[in-house]
Ligand binder design. Structure first.
Ligand code: RNT
Ligand code: ZN
Length: 412
């Protein structure tokens, strides 16, 4: 008997249907962030990274041009099973030779090559206005700036991005998730916490009061607790972003690197699901700070996946990856991280959820502990390998990555 069939029988003894799990996983769309490929640099201003986020490492072979980034994205996609979506930042606009357009004036045409790329692969596109690494970020501030010229510039950027997001949805036929995250904050204790938040609110209102097709574009708002050099205060805190999302009827986004170290996103998902039709996630791995390490199959990633699966929320949660490691092969980083999210989802799909919920209501925590520990040593890997086989994707991605490294990346 094949390893998969044996695993299938073993899971069946717990009432778990591996076929159903594989079928479900096949249809989960993961939004794969483009910025792992070039250390979040982009093509427009090519400024060094700012906004309190940082890549560390100098591994050779980073993508320097749209062609290189697309080729690398493709290589990673070829090694990632399941459904994928592109996730672009506005800084990845592609301009014609000699064309210089400010972020406040970008247009759909600057993304037409990305649309062609997505369409050829039958993928949708998610989008992010880029409120960092740009000369118009003044004193670290964008939409909350007291300088009206700065604030207006970034409002116009937000409005320009809404049009581009709508264009993506229209062209691909797949709704676009447009995520707003601003880096604004202060290194030291502020004298006024209210006014920057009031200005951020007013700026968001101006952007989102611009008519856009809500059936095509889901606007999400991402909160954060601190950034590098912005340790004391961030304008877009958790309370601000949750309240604003509720007030404006947009979707809250939680990045699991954006909370105090002992807070976990897995515990927040259920609350948000009760009060929001949709929620959005940036899946990352924070090591001691919001370090954006590559996602691995760790306990919190599994716990996040369990919360999505056992609350029957796969259709309600937009799942995107968000990490950037410049110290290792970037293609491998992409593949490892996205596969880890998918592995966590499969692991979650193979849990005896109904039984465990019942045990909880009976206050039988002895059996819950026994069962959940047993599940950890079930032949999960054999079901995962079956998924890869059915998707026609090699288990060993490293040899492919190394081949691409010697043939392509090392020549850059
Ligand atoms: C920063 C946020 C944000 C960015 C990307 C590049 O802390 O997580 O989502 O990582 O937009
Ligand atoms: Zn994020």
């Amino acid at each position: 008997m094949s390893r998969y069939l044996e695993a299938k029988n073993m899971y069946a003894e717990y009432g778990i249907d591996t076929e159903k799990a594989l079928e479900t996983l096949k249809n989960v769309n993961i939004s794969v962030h483009c910025w792992q490929g070039d250390d979040v640099i982009g093509f427009d201003s090519r400024e060094s990274l700012s906004g309190g986020i940082q890549t560390t490492g100098n591994y050779p072979g980073k993508a320097n041009t749209p062609e290189e980034l697309m080729a690398d994205y493709d290589k990673a996609f070829s090694l990632i099973p399941g459904k994928k979506k592109l996730n672009l930042h506005a800084s990845y606009a592609i301009f014609a030779d000699g064309e210089a357009v400010g972020r406040d004036k970008i247009e759909p045409k600057h993304f037409k090559r990305w649309v062609a790329f997505a369409k050829e692969r039958g993928m949708g596109i998610d989008f992010n206005p880029t409120f960092f690494a740009h000369p118009m970020v003044k004193d670290g501030l964008t939409l909350s700036s007291p300088d009206e010229q700065v604030r207006k510039y970034w409002i116009n950027h937000g409005i320009a991005c809404l049009k581009i997001a709508e264009y993506f949805a229209t062209e691909t036929g797949i709704p676009c998730v447009m995520n707003i995250w601003i880096p604004d904050g202060y290194k030291d204790i502020p004298a006024d916490r209210l006014s920057p938040r009031a200005r951020f609110k007013a700026s968001l209102d101006e952007i989102l009061d611009t008519p856009y097709d809500k059936s095509k574009v889901y606007v999400t708002l991402e909160s954060k607790v601190f950034g590098i050099g912005l340790e004391s205060y961030t304008v877009g805190s958790a309370e601000f972003c949750l309240s604003y999302s509720d007030y404006k009827g947009i979707t809250p986004l939680m990045d699991n690197g954006h909370y105090h170290p002992t807070e976990v996103v897995s515990d927040k998902i259920s609350s948000l699901l009760l009060f929001n039709e949709k929620i959005a996630l940036h899946v990352t791995r924070a090591v001691r700070w919001d370090s954006d390490h590559v996602v691995i199959l760790d306990d919190e990633t599994k716990e996040i996946a369990k919360e999505i699966v056992r609350n029957d929320a796969l259709e309600r949660v937009f799942i995107a990856t968000d990490y950037f490691d410049a110290s290792i092969n970037r293609i491998s980083a992409w593949v490892t991280g996205v596969r880890s999210v998918q592995k966590a989802l499969l692991f979650a799909l193979l849990q005896p959820d109904a039984k465990m919920k019942k045990l909880q209501d009976e206050s039988n925590f002895t059996d819950i502990m026994y069962l959940s520990e047993e599940m950890k040593t079930m032949p999960f890997g054999d079901v995962w390998n079956e998924f890869l086989d059915r998707e026609g994707v090699a288990q060993n991605y490293l040899s492919e990555v190394r081949k691409y490294e010697s043939e392509v990346l090392s020549k850059r």
